[in-house]
Design a protein around this ligand. Sequence first.
Ligand code: GLN
Length: 197
Amino acid sequence: MLIGVLALQGDVVEHLNALERCDATAIPVKTPADLARVDALILPGGESTTVMKLLERFGLGRPIVERTRAGMPLWGTCMGMIVAAHDVVGLDQPTLGLIDITVRRNAFGRQNDSALVELAIPALGSMPFPAIFIRAPWIERHGRKVELLAEREGHGVMAREGNVLATSFHPELGSDARIHRYFLEIVSQQGKASTAA
Ligand code: GLN
């Protein structure tokens, strides 16, 4: 099982390190050839408008969409949630449209409003998750097939639709690896399903 971390811009190393702490093998993904090698992909935090342009330039947008629609597990953190979303409030740049959510960028405020929030995430058990929010988006609308896994101040901040997971905060910046493990579990379930098929 090889996990890729999109490495065009953003907190790539932090995700690679977090995956290593979970004993997963991971590589940075910069080209379509890298993408072809991996079984799952993480879109890290960063700057969504920049990364959406770079995805086009590096020819990665379309293969990511094709692979994900074919079942490859994908997880977007913060910027990655924005890039994976169906659409973004007030932004006419196209997103990848891989999870049926509408997001609002910088919804909890700017850099100075960054916060560590003890978040209830029932799917992870009863212990709250220390979630780091940095210029984070929130989920303004979600489709019927989307499961909201966590809310902050009444707004969705973690969601899943099948093989696609999105968090508006940054689990890779803290030491609690439960969401990385949760994603790795999705990857291993998907692997079993495709071997059985
Ligand atoms: N606010 C950034 C954006 O809109 C996302 C911030 C982040 O990934 N920490 O792209």
